[in-house]
Write a protein that binds this ligand. Structure first.
Ligand SMILES: [Zn+2]
Length: 264
């Protein structure tokens, strides 16, 4: 759920995870989400944070937790302090610094890890993973009551832990950022990747100056993706929604097309 237009505003709420990735547009779903993960300081990705906190203060909502890469988190903390003085308001929030490769707990058995991307200013994506207890195959033939009994006894040998990548959010980046993604991001059930430009309407050197991807960058790397759905977002406003669908229909290989979803 949400909205995303490159340079205008990106907000992606994952209801199942009760999280929101970036806050460039203030949507009702974002407003009622307590956990906000910010990727970088460009205003189309975080500019609505003031409004989000101000409206939540008016509505007396619960504490909001803002996750951000370390440099951004430090600056944002100062700016929010200044803004509260400036606006004579008090916001209810905390800021958590997200270091790449250091998972932060989200809820029971679910963590979020920042992914280093190639964009300026310093930008991260996020990987949401869930740890589940799986019965060891050697116990497959055990009846349910026996499993329950052993579980009650605290039999440590019964299960093993499996980490499942659920969702990866990959906003603004050069192709180097895609290449640096951990395998788990490519295995995520849903991998959301920015696809700012879709064809050569914008010269490639200009695309790279803006530190963005073109659809070709993603198409070249399709075989790495083993999850269910690849969600393309952050399209440039030079394309209408109809053009986006037409270009993607034409350029994504037919055997992949049903797995590619568009965040329009
Ligand atoms: Zn950006």
């Amino acid at each position: 759920m949400g909205e995303s237009v490159a340079g205008v505003g990106t907000t992606m709420v994952v209801k199942e995870l009760k999280t929101c990735f970036d806050l460039g547009v203030l949507t009702p779903a974002a407003l009622s989400t307590n956990n906000i993960f910010l990727s970088h300081a460009h205003t189309d990705h975080c500019g609505e944070i003031f409004n989000y906190l101000a409206v939540r203060a008016l509505e007396r909502r619960n504490l909001a937790t803002i996750f951000a890469p370390p440099a951004m988190a430090r600056e944002l903390s100062q700016i929010l302090n200044q803004w509260q003085t400036f606006a004579a308001s008090a916001f209810d929030y905390r800021i958590i610094q997200c270091y790449p490769k250091a998972p932060v707990p989200l809820k029971n058995q679910t963590t979020v890890t920042a992914l280093e991307l190639a964009h300026e200013p310093a930008t991260v994506g996020y990987l949401v993973e869930e740890t589940v207890q799986k019965l060891r195959p050697v116990h497959d033939s055990l009846p349910a009551y026996e499993i329950a009994l052993r579980k009650k006894r605290g039999d440590g040998d019964l299960f093993y832990e499996q980490v499942r990548p659920l969702f990866a959010y990959v906003p603004d980046t050069l192709p180097e950022g895609l290449d640096a993604l951990p395998e788990a991001a490519w295995q995520a059930r849903v991998l959301a990747v920015e696809a700012t430009f879709l064809d050569d309407r914008k010269p490639l050197d200009k695309v790279r100056q803006g530190r963005h991807l073109v659809l070709d960058d993603i198409l070249e790397r399709l075989p790495r993706f083993t999850g269910e759905h690849l969600l393309l977002f952050h399209f440039s406003k030079i394309y209408t929604p109809e053009e986006i669908v037409a270009i993607v229909d034409k350029r994504v290989p037919p055997e992949w097309r049903h797995r590619v979803k568009l965040f329009l």
